[in-house]
Design a protein around this ligand. Sequence first.
Ligand SMILES: Cc1ncc(COP(=O)(O)O)c(C=O)c1O
Length: 375
Amino acid sequence: MEDWLNDSRDLKYNLSSSGCEDFYLKDFLKLINEDWSVFDTIYLGDNDTLGSLQLRQEIAKSYSQVNVNEIMVANGTSEALFCLFNELLDKDDEVIVPFPAFQCLYEIPKSIGCKLKYLNLLECDQWRLDIDKLENMISDKTKLIIINNPHNPFGWTLSDNEIIRIAKIAKKHNTYLLFDEHYRFLPLTEDSKIISSGYDLCKNILEDHVFATGSIIKCFGIVGIRIGWLLSNQHMLNLCRDYKDYITHTIPEITDCIAYLALKNKEIIISVMKKRIIANLKYLNEIMSRNQHVFEYKKPTGGIVCFPKLKNSINTNDFCEHLLKKYKVSVLPGSSFEIKDHIRINIGVEPLKFQYAMDLVEKCVDDFIKPESIV
Ligand SMILES: Cc1ncc(COP(=O)(O)O)c(C=O)c1O
């Protein structure tokens, strides 16, 4: 996946990444009504290992049950996951993860020597999580269940009831539960609420057995600042902080400050991104319904990506390569998620760009698929 994303980075019509189109710093500052002087007091010394207090306070405000002592800011969610997995998991522990999934969620536990159990997301379930199947997979060796909500790449979200049901199952079987909530700030509904956090909903049920990771960098178009965070009980947070001391130790004050400003102005940024995504979704839905003979598509309800299936045994690697070579548009082949008949499309780019690129996807469908091959 990283090779494909790297090669697509400088393309004008890049729909293969999983974040909202990123800002230039000057445009970001303009949007939130700040100027360069906001950086005047940045100290070029060491930052707090957990992230600055002002940033952690701002993060805590986007939850209802979280205080600053439960937050460790990291250099990207990946680092937070790396620390947690290495402190929580041991060789031969069983870990359950819905599949397909963001690669860190299974590759890091695998590298520790854990036994991965994949809960395959199936077309017959509309690629959603089947909670009964999840419970049936649990054994007395299961240490951790990982839930990514909103889901990358399918774009579904879980209801509060579903989250609580999963927590009760984890409690019954005495397993840990981790919510990866990377895309939580972008629900694709008209109302202004952000998506419920599993950590908030489950803390009373699971106490020290629940963890979550959070991020703003993709939802807010600031992916280059590499900030993410872990929510955890005090004991595990201390262990993770010690572990992080051996890797990056801390996060730079400059990116800490940009993350703080972004969260402080989250309403403004979210409303810009949501407007964009809702316009793109409308356009996407039209294209998907015009091309139902080719695409099997489930509308996403959260986040920035969707993952339609290409029907009629179309080779999605060939499709994506043809689209890239002939039309200079990049979408991500499903093989990056070890799912060969899907493609991932980013719905967080500027609407005019999105429409232009999707028109070319439609053209690619036309020249790629001979009408006689469609049954
Ligand atoms: C579901 C999910 N979790 C975690 C990450 C890692 O995020 P970061 O870039 O903050 O390390 C990603 C990145 O795409 C993701 O999609």
